[in-house]
Design a protein around this ligand. Structure first.
Ligand code: SF4
Ligand code: SF4
Length: 404
């Protein structure tokens, strides 16, 4: 019997952890680098004990407490992964362990409710599924079909939230302004991002299989996602389950439209100083740093300003990993520090392409009573910056015919 086997508390359990975490914990050196990089360490001066959690995962143990910060406080920002000398996908371990905690009935009650809502209604807040596209009832959105090929995917967060519906409406107006052909699904399914954050693997697999069938039926060859979380699902998780398609985040898509002379801006207003925030699921998880900045730089009269920590060093807003739904304590939010910095820099706006970041920043501005700073989505700015198409190819379907 090897030393490792002697210390395992339960072999079946250990095998289940290895299965759920894809064995990601096994090479951990217990070096503490991940813990130092975790935003919770900076925030609370005593961060999560990640090395202990990883060591316990090697031995077949899941943290005991349903409120354990290492497990449920993780916003899946990947700061730890970016510096781990062994390249360990710490978030895969954490999400796998969350799945086991669910199986054991030790997940926080609030999250069990989220999962139930997702299973019953297809969205974490439990809104009626039939209401999902209500925000678009006057817009006459083009239905998806085989000849369109390019699906614009809005996502549950932006469809049910009154503030975020403005992002969707802005996107529709930009695509219309440049006469771009695209399709939408009347019955848009949930991508599974929140289910994945909760670690519920069996339900996630069923959901993805069903969605892939639906996309096939509608002839989807490209997906343009509004939320970085959905982008991550379609880009990184769906290909593990079957057919893949080309995936763009909306800022990558707009950036390419600008490169191909299909989109330009002609705004004549005052110069605005805007601070760009990199969302974790575009930046660190996918390396998409430049496209959103190029879209902003294409807007005349817009001065782009950077946070002291940006690109790969950009801290999480605090909303990832389903933390959006767990922020019980106002003021316990990483975005508070970001909005304070924005105030100190004297900018007019914080701009970000992530619906969750928009919500978190607006909440922090309100909590800290900071006035005079707007929070806007990149798409919202694009819609107000007088978008137009400089080229003549009005009816070309972008992506399937227009780019390599
Ligand atoms: S940085 Fe990587 S190797 Fe070091 S303790 Fe964290 S997970 Fe383990
Ligand atoms: S993903 Fe982010 S929040 Fe989660 S453990 Fe790593 S550094 Fe901490």
């Amino acid at each position: 019997m090897s030393d490792a086997q002697q210390f395992r508390t339960d072999d079946d359990r250990w095998e289940r952890i290895v299965e759920l975490t894809a064995g990601a914990a096994n090479t951990c050196l217990d070096c503490d680098v991940c813990e130092v990089m975790c935003p919770w360490s900076n925030w609370e001066k005593a961060g999560p004990d990640l090395p202990t959690m990883l060591r316990n995962a090697q031995l077949g143990e899941v943290p005991d407490s349903g409120s354990d910060k290492s497990l449920w406080g993780c916003c899946t920002c990947a700061s730890c992964e970016a510096t781990c000398p062994k390249g360990i996908k710490v978030t895969d371990v954490l999400l796998g362990l969350r799945g086991l905690a669910f199986e054991d009935g030790r997940a926080p009650t609030r999250l069990s409710g989220l999962l139930k809502s997702l299973q019953e209604t297809g969205n974490p807040q439990g809104h009626p599924a039939a209401d999902k596209m209500k925000w678009a009832k006057d817009l006459d959105l083009p239905p998806m079909h085989e000849e369109r090929g390019c699906l614009v995917y809005f996502g549950a967060a932006a469809c049910y939230d009154l503030r975020l519906q403005r992002v969707n409406q802005a996107l529709e107006s930009v695509l219309r302004a440049i006469n771009l052909d695209f399709g939408v699904l009347d019955d848009e399914p949930d991508s599974g991002a929140v289910v994945r954050f909760l670690g519920e693997q069996a339900y996630l697999e069923r959901l993805i299989d069903t969605n892939l069938e639906m996309f096939k039926e509608f002839g989807v060859r490209e997906i343009v996602a509004v939320s970085p979380y959905d982008y991550d699902m379609f880009m990184r998780i769906y290909p593990r389950f079957g057919d893949s398609f080309r995936v763009f985040h909306i800022t990558e898509y707009l950036d390419q439209l600008i490169q191909f002379d299909r989109l330009a801006f002609s705004h004549q207003g005052e110069t605005r100083r805007v601070l760009y925030h990199d969302p974790c699921y575009l930046g660190r998880h996918h390396g998409v740093y430049d496209p959103p900045r190029r879209v902003l730089q294409a807007m005349p009269g817009l001065e782009l300003v950077e946070f002291a920590q940006s690109h790969e060093d950009s801290p999480c807003c605090g909303g990832g990993g389903a933390r959006m739904f767990m922020n019980e304590n106002p003021g316990e939010c990483f975005s508070d520090e970001r909005v304070q910095e924005a105030k100190d820099l004297g900018v007019d706006m914080i701009v970000t392409p992530c619906p969750s970041c928009i919500q978190m920043f607006e909440e922090s501005l309100a909590n800290k009573f900071i006035e005079g700073i707007e929070v806007r989505g990149v798409i919202e700015l694009a819609a107000t910056w007088s978008p137009y198409s400089p080229s003549e190819q009005d009816d070309t379907v972008y992506g399937t015919q227009g780019t390599a």
